[in-house]
Design a protein around this ligand. Structure first.
Ligand code: ATP
Ligand code: MG
Length: 737
């Protein structure tokens, strides 16, 4: 009974091994599978033999067992495959024929007495077996077995000596297979046990094959890669195991790694310093210590550039770890990359120097503009003096031209400065409390004479319900309006230019101001509309050739509007006129309505029309030690609607200033006790609103450079004695609330 169980166990184990081989190993080797199939069949035969009841059954079972006679032959083939040893074809065919003859002899049992002379059914502890007398055929079988075993050993020894790709470990295991065969043979012959040990030996073969296939599958994966690319030019592939032993390599590797020839496969070949193979091993060790799965480097050898990749491979349940080293000739690509990088670097340098040049140009422009502005200011200032003081109409006319040209130059320089600021992203908006009415009045004052000179009407329509006190950048708003209105005047030959100001308030303190500048001028063509906001872009050059301009105005205007989070738009009918609209969000600081924007009235006195101030809330203080001078000012302002106080000395003035809220102080320069400059210093020293209180110097001391001098002393402006009516009204209007 025990023997039957032994055979059943061997049969079941064989089947399990076959199943495992099929399911565990990803890359099937036909030889291995065939071997396990034969093992199963043979073991099945053994079981059948043990349970057979008649001699016929036993003989049939014996024939099934002998199908296993192919196993040693398949072993030779698979050993050769494992070790990458090529067997001579005649030898293989010879063995096939011998095995077939053998099979014929075995199948003749019971008919011809070549193999067994005689066979009887025996019983050993309940299990049947054949009691046989061997014939000459059997001796042939033994010889064939011996031959095949010797050949297996020869393959292993040859592979081992030639350092073929079978690993050391694998060779040992394969050798074990041979040892088992020989042992079984000797034991059977010597001891002559009725129990057949070969059944168990087959199971041992199966285990060996399964183990080896399982263990080396990590390397066979790389071998797969190696065989696919074997012949690709300059492709190098190595397989290294987790103990940094060389496992496999392709032919190309020999050129790059001549040291490989001296390295036995499956041994630690890391010997000589400075050699490429050594470098690779150090690299893999480094990867392993860092736990990297993959790493890539560029390695240059003899002018060839190799993209070298090392990938970790894992087979089984993380048990078999190996590294596949691949070196791909990437010389062309890498060379192109180098050229490309150089070109990029050149381009970048060119770009940097262009940026530098552009910065240098901008700095130069900004410096130049700044330097030009100072002398122009002096020229314009001096020229204003001439206009005021000259009695000669011709001189006044010439000076008027100088003034006009000077102002043009000044605005051009200012435009360039602004443009450079915009380009450099340095345009700044400085927000402060301002009066909307005052902006409108200032703009009107500047623009209406210009329009009048061209015989064009300039009309301002401002909604009186708009709040007057807002928070924002008043200078920039003025700049926007002046740019748009001067364009309107410039590009209008007849008719009128209208500035409309309206707004939408949104509680609690927001307002959207709408400025609209409409003209009845030449208009802009539809296709030019997009260009007009670009810098240095002037359109309709034929018609505009006599109109002065640089094409910067609208570009600057748009940049300023956008910086203030506003919007600018234009519409036009060619030949009929244009409309520019600016929408600016602002903050309301006081809800008090602006009322009429105008602060002037033309009144008749002694039959003469005079411009007077209409600003009932305005408070003015005039300070002069000569009462006569104060009387002149009182007389001049008698028709204007404003509140005027006077003081005859500095101390009284300072007292009045601290008690009342004045909009403007007219301060005489030379006074006994404390002069105007000392008084001003005292006022400014009070700090707060007194630091910006408009104080205008009245002086008989109007010589060259006076304006600069007074400004530097802290006055906002000056007027010269004897006081001129228009100059006085002009300056007061400038500071009216
Ligand atoms: P700058 O304002 O720098 O002195 P400019 O007036 O020529 O020069 P922009 O204000 O930027 O430059 O205007 C650009 C162009 O748009 C002008 O040259 C003009 O052709 C056209 N343009 C601007 N405003 C008007 C307008 N109101 N009517 C007709 N054309 C206009
Ligand atoms: Mg312009």
């Amino acid at each position: 009974m025990g023997i039957i169980i032994y055979h059943v166990i061997c049969t079941v184990l064989s089947c399990i091994l076959l199943y495992m081989m099929l399911s565990l190993i990803r890359q099937h080797n036909v030889l291995n599978i065939m071997l396990l199939i034969f093992v199963c069949i043979a073991n099945f035969g053994y079981t059948f033999l043990a349970v057979s009841r008649t001699i016929e059954e036993a003989l049939l079972a014996n024939k099934i067992v002998y199908i296993g006679c192919f196993i040693p032959f398949i072993m030779i083939l698979s050993y050769a495959a494992f070790c990458k040893v090529k067997l001579p074809k005649p030898l293989v065919w010879g063995l096939v024929i011998l095995n077939l003859v053998q099979l014929f002899f075995i199948n003749s049992i019971g008919y011809i007495g070549i193999y067994y002379k005689d066979a009887k059914l025996g019983d050993y502890k309940g299990a049947s077996y054949l009691i046989k007398t061997y014939g000459p055929g059997h001796s042939l079988y033994i010889m064939l077995l011996l031959l095949e075993t010797l050949m297996s050993v020869a393959v292993l020894v040859y592979a081992f000596r030639k350092k073929k790709n079978a690993t050391y470990h694998t060779t040992m295991f394969l050798g074990l297979g041979v040892v088992v065969s020989v042992l079984v043979f000797i034991i059977e012959r010597r001891i002559g046990l009725p129990i057949d040990l070969l059944a168990a030996a087959y199971v041992i073969y199966g285990i060996i094959y399964l183990y080896i296939s399982y263990r080396i599958q990590v390397y066979t994966i790389s071998s797969g890669i190696i065989s696919v690319y074997e012949r690709r030019k300059n492709y190098v592939c190595l397989s290294i195991d987790n103990r940094f032993r060389l496992m496999d390599y392709n032919e190309n590797s020999m050129e790059l790694f001549p040291e490989i020839k001296d390295i036995r496969v499956d041994t630690d070949g890391y010997k000589k310093d400075g050699e490429l193979y050594n470098t690779i091993i150090v690299w893999i060790k480094d990867m392993a210590s860092k736990g990297l799965e993959e790493d890539e480097k560029i390695i240059t050898i003899n002018d060839l550039i190799y993209r070298t990749t090392i990938r970790k491979r894992v087979a089984g349940v993380r048990r078999y770890i190996g590294y596949v080293v691949e070196m791909i000739d990437d010389t062309d690509f890498q060379n192109n990359l180098i050229i490309m990088e150089r070109t990029m670097a050149d381009l970048d340098r060119a770009r940097q120097s262009a940026i530098q040049a552009s910065h240098a140009k901008s700095d130069f422009m900004a410096n130049m503009s700044h330097e030009i502005r100072t002398p122009i200011n002096a020229i314009v200032g001096m020229d204003e003096m001439i206009i005021r003081e000259t009695k000669e109409p011709a001189i006044a006319e010439y000076a008027g031209y100088i003034n006009e040209a000077g102002n043009q130059l000044l605005s051009l320089v200012n435009d360039i400065l602004d443009f450079e600021k915009i380009e450099a992203g340095k345009l700044e908006i400085s927000n402060e409390k301002y009066s909307l009415g005052r902006i409108i009045r200032g703009v009107y004052q500047m623009m209406h004479t210009r329009a009048a000179n061209k015989n064009i009407e300039f009309v301002v329509k401002a909604d009186p319900r708009l709040p007057d006190s807002l928070y924002g950048d008043e200078n920039r708003i003025r700049q926007i309006l002046i740019n748009l209105i001067s364009n309107g005047i410039k590009y209008t030959m007849s008719g009128c230019v209208t500035l409309s100001v309206s707004g939408f308030q949104s509680p609690p303190d927001k307002i959207e101001l709408h400025f609209e500048v409409r003209d009845t001028g030449i208009g802009i063509r539809e296709e030019d509309m997009e260009k007009i906001f670009d810098s240095f872009e002037r359109v309709d050059s034929k018609r505009n050739r006599n109109v002065q301009g640089t094409g910067l105005g609208l570009a600057i205007t748009r940049a300023v509007v956008e910086k203030m989070s506003g919007k600018i738009s234009a519409s036009s009918t060619y030949g009929k006129g244009s409309t520019f609209t600016v929408v600016l969000p602002q903050r309301v600081t006081d809800k008090k309505e602006m009322g009429s924007w105008q602060r002037t009235e033309v009144l008749k006195e002694d039959g003469v029309e005079r411009l007077t101030i209409n600003s009932p809330d305005m408070r003015v203080l005039a300070v002069d030690d000569m009462p006569l001078n104060l009387i002149v000012i009182e007389k001049f302002l008698a028709m204007s609607k404003l509140k005027l106080d006077t003081a005859t000395n500095a101390n009284d003035a300072i007292k009045l200033i601290s008690e009342n809220d004045y909009d403007v102080v007219l301060m005489d320069h030379f006074m006994p006790d404390k002069d105007g400059v000392e008084a001003l210093q005292e006022i400014r020293a009070k700090g707060g609103k007194y630091e910006t209180l408009p104080v205008i110097a009245i002086t008989a001391n109007a010589i060259a450079g006076s304006r600069e001098e007074y400004l530097s002393l802290g006055f906002q402006d000056y007027i010269s004695k004897p006081v001129d009516y228009n100059a006085l009204i002009d300056i007061l209007l400038r500071y009216s609330p």
